[in-house]
Design a protein around this ligand. Structure first.
Ligand code: NAG
Ligand code: NAG
Length: 483
């Protein structure tokens, strides 16, 4: 494997022509065309290691586990130093700033990650972390800092405090961490050479879903990408507001009312999604509000642009809508049950793996064949994939809108430790990347019944039991040297 890694490292630039989207077994033509639109004619360029110099900003009010509501504005300079602004808020629309951090240090992208294919591992050092509180939140920040740091005087709003100095780290009380800088991926996208639609997105490492684990967490997935302030320009109003902010003048996003959470209808991934623990996938979910049933199609891939399928899962079941979340503003709680599941191996490695586990609770029909689905409902799931049926998960949903007016559906971030949210106290407090509503024309909401209910993703992949599987998938991945 080592020689393969060194080959990987020597690949400094790879240009992918993605001419067709992943093939979803899709009954909805609208979903299909949404996915096609997503991929068709786009050129994704990925550099390893990336040149991240520039100004990168949030394009939405981001939600971190906790929850924390945050916007980010990061400057990376050619001399490898950076200045990162993090703005924290009291509300889920990021319209009431609570405190801001100015983080300075240096960061150096190193080499291709062997944990997350297509990602680059980086090293960083902090030199300073400054805090500034805004108005009424000051007392709250004060209490959090008192527990971790000996504060000599009360915090005052509008004044700057150094939280990180020689031998003194006062950031613990805020669960502060910049571990996100350890993993990055920079994507450049061209739309038929139209410069006004060029986009650059910087993906930084994920934040652990348990706050206590954050500071030591080695990212194995990504957060919502940051946009290049230069290319996002006119298209993204929020990017402009965030880009023009500074420590003393935090971005104030326009206040708005929460969108009603309506799952009914068809939803697809907006991009090839990276799951912590090597998996890449696209999702398509359908919710039937009348019968309170759902169906999901999960296409798994070995590569970060979802071109090399490994296996797919079709699942279905029931769901019930719960109360508005008391923990996460703007979210609604749901409970999902998986009752039926079909697995289809899509490559040789996965087919062999499933055959190794044959007869051990994964499909009743004997041998697995490439491309041939098997129902695993009667064997109560698939032990090889760590899926047990019936399975119940406690979910969290909210809705939003992207800059071109499409409805977005967010559901809970999977626990970083690979467990599943199978108890109410394990319910997520943040989201994974959103799904977009399949509509016949992009930007135009479908007429007719609105109101969906969504479900949890990727049913029930338990990372611990997936270990053997992942090793196989990884070996397989490294045999395919394109990104
Ligand atoms: C690095 O570059 C930035 C921006 O040009 C500059 O402000 C900073 O002083 C430089 N730092 C060092 C250590 O050279
Ligand atoms: C994983 O995290 C959840 C909370 O998100 C916790 O309840 C559970 O005990 C953890 N499991 C393991 C094996 O660490």
């Amino acid at each position: 494997m080592l020689s393969l890694y060194s080959l990987l490292f020597s690949v400094s630039v790879c240009v992918l022509m993605v001419s067709a989207g992943p093939v979803l077994l899709d009954k909805s033509p609208a979903c299909h065309s949404t996915l096609k639109q997503l991929h068709a004619g786009q050129q994704v360029t990925v550099h390893i290691p990336p040149d991240i110099s520039g100004h990168w900003v949030s394009n939405s009010c981001e939600v971190r586990p906790g929850p924390e509501f945050i916007t980010r504005s990061y400057h990376f300079y050619p001399n490898h130093t950076f200045q990162a602004l993090q703005f924290y808020y009291l509300d889920n629309h990021c319209s009431q700033p609570s405190y801001s951090l100015l983080i300075q240090g240096s960061v150096r992208p190193q080499q291709a990650s062997w944990v997350v294919r297509g990602g680059t591992v980086s090293e960083y050092q902090l030199s300073s972390v400054q805090l500034l509180c805004h108005g009424p939140a000051t007392a709250h920040v004060q209490r959090r800092l008192e527990s971790s740091c000996d504060l000599r005087q009360p915090l005052r709003p509008g004044l700057t405090y150094e939280l990180w100095a020689e031998g003194r780290d006062c950031t613990r009380g805020l669960d502060f961490s910049m571990q996100e800088l350890q993993l990055m991926r920079l994507e450049r996208r061209d739309h038929h050479g139209d410069p006004s639609r060029q986009a650059e997105e910087l993906f930084l490492g994920d934040v652990h879903t348990e706050r206590a684990q954050r500071r030591l967490h080695q990212p194995s997935g990504y957060q919502t990408p940051l946009q290049s302030a230069k290319t996002a320009g006119r298209r993204c109003g929020i990017c402009q507001i965030v880009a023009s902010a500074d420590l003393h003048h935090p971005p104030v996003l326009p206040p708005q009312s929460d969108r009603p959470v309506r799952l009914h209808g068809n939803w697809v991934s907006a991009r090839c999604e990276a799951r912590p623990g090597v998996l890449f996938l696209t999702r398509r979910l359908t919710f039937h509000e009348d019968s309170r049933t759902w169906e999901g199609q999960y296409e798994h891939f070995s590569d970060p642009v979802c071109r090399h399928p490994t296996f797919s899962i079709s699942a279905s079941g029931r769901y019930t809508r719960g109360a508005p979340s008391a923990a996460v503003m703007g979210a609604v709680e749901f409970t999902f049950t998986v009752t039926h599941m079909t697995v289809t191996p899509k490559d040789v490695a996965t087919t062999s793996l499933l055959n190794v586990f044959r007869g051990r609770e994964c499909g009743a029909e004997g041998s697995w064949k490439l491309g041939i689905p098997q129902d695993v409902t009667s064997t109560s799931g698939c032990a090889a994939l760590g899926i047990r049926l019936p399975h119940t998960e406690y979910e969290l949903f909210s809705m939003g809108q992207d800059s071109s007016g499409r409805s977005l559906l967010y559901n809970g971030q999977r626990p970083t430790n690979g467990s599943s949210p199978d108890r109410p106290d394990r319910r997520a407090t943040s989201y994974q990347s959103p799904l977009i509503r399949c509509s016949s024309q992009q930007g135009e909401p479908r007429v007719g019944r609105e109101g969906d209910q969504h479900f949890r993703l990727s049913a029930a992949c338990d990372m611990k039991t997936l270990d053997g599987f992942i090793v196989l998938v990884m070996m397989h991945m490294f045999m395919q040297l394109d990104f």
